[in-house]
Design a protein around this ligand. Structure first.
Ligand code: SAH
Length: 354
């Protein structure tokens, strides 16, 4: 079996070149750099065009290393320009990722798992059972595919931001998440800064310290309810990690990363949008550096929740701002093609062992 290049961070590639390909010690940096640059900054898809490397070595590399093995099997374009891609993995499983163009930036929303184990009641992704964690190459593969699609291989990046807000819970797949972020952040790799990447979590509290120490990007917390009783009802994960436990870890995150936490709060009509909820939310926000993004609820077939009306979202937001905290209203994108927050889902199922 060949080694998939997209599963290797820079240091892994160096040791692979050394141990498996026989590249001598003093040339390791140069070779790793040539390969990373070509693949992640110029979009190289095989070694035959990498003519800066001697032919003999190229042939060895071709025999031992494979490239992106994911492919786009379907694309959807929303009226607002958002594009959703159905990506097939080499094992036949499928995930979705989304490209969201905006005036001053372009964001890719990537998936971290096939399916999801969390069963948040308002989220369509949560209706698909967890199939598996994505490998680093399956995460990076989504980004490479979208960059290919957009011909985004020049210095002026079209895809300027990456958010881990697709299917799955990134912190449950922390090992592969970390590797993919190392490749994303590597100067010779995809070269995204900490502030261009956001990891969103439903609140896997015990993984947050490791994420603080070893990831260091922006962190978003899907809060969605300001007290344990309500949060447990709509997000079962709260039974395992309650709000105070989360806040303890988030304080640590902000002390290491020195950036506020983005709280995500989907506005569900008659559920979490009262003034009392806003009041409780402000009390939580006072405990650690944070900003809140109020998210319009995106409907999906079969869901029982209704979105809060715009004027009521504005009222909620103003209440928070008047207390001196930062609150933004996030516009929904791509919901006509089920590409918006919480709408991603594929047909992939866990195969039974027979
Ligand atoms: N599991 C991670 C990553 C998913 S991010 C997490 O929970 O953070 C996707 C975001 O969209 C989360 O904040 C999620 O709670 C939110 N979301 C889920 N369903 C939604 C819906 N129907 N409308 C709007 N936002 C939704």
């Amino acid at each position: 079996m060949k080694q998939n290049l997209l599963d290797l961070n820079y240091e892994d590639l160096k040791s692979f070149l050394n141990l498996k390909v026989g590249v001598e010690e003093k040339k390791l940096n140069m070779r790793a750099q040539q390969i990373f640059n070509a693949v992640y900054q110029k979009g190289l898809k095989n070694f035959s065009n990498l003519t800066t490397i001697p032919l003999e070595l190229r042939q060895k590399l071709e025999k031992t290393i494979s490239f992106n093995d994911t492919k786009i099997v379907k694309s959807y374009v929303s009226k607002d320009g958002t594009q959703k891609f159905l990506v097939e993995l080499s094992d036949g499983n499928k995930v979705e990722c989304v490209y969201i163009p905006e005036k001053t930036r372009g964001t890719i929303c990537v998936s971290s798992q096939v399916g999801c184990s969390l069963t948040c009641t308002f989220c369509r992704s949560g209706t698909q059972k967890l199939v598996k964690n994505l490998s680093a190459s399956e995460i990076i593969g989504q980004i490479i595919l979208v960059k290919n699609k957009l011909r985004d291989w020049s210095d002026q990046k079209i895809v300027s931001n990456i958010v881990f807000m697709g299917q799955g819970e990134p912190l449950i797949n922390l090992k592969n998440l970390k590797k993919s972020i190392q490749i994303l952040k590597d100067k010779n790799g995809l070269n995204y800064g900490n502030k261009k990447i956001t990891v969103s979590t439903s609140g896997i509290a015990n993984k947050i310290p490791e994420a603080a120490d070893e990831i260091g990007t922006y962190l978003a917390l899907s809060l969605h309810a300001p007290n344990d009783k309500l949060r447990e009802e709509i997000m079962p994960i709260n039974k395992k990690f309650n709000i105070q436990n989360l806040i303890r870890q988030l304080k640590y995150y902000t002390s290491v990363v020195k950036e506020p936490i983005f709280l995500e709060y989907v506005m569900l009509k008659g559920i979490n949008d009262s003034e009392e909820c806003a009041k409780q939310l402000v009390k939580l926000m006072a405990q650690f550096p944070s900003k809140v993004n109020l998210i319009e609820f995106n409907r999906w077939p079969g869901v029982k929740f209704e979105p809060t009306e715009r004027k009521d979202i504005e009222k909620f937001s103003k209440y928070i701002q008047d207390k001196g905290f930062m609150s933004f209203i996030r516009r929904s994108r791509g919901d006509d093609v089920l590409a918006a927050c919480g709408q991603l889902r594929t047909e992939s199922q866990k195969r039974k062992n027979t």
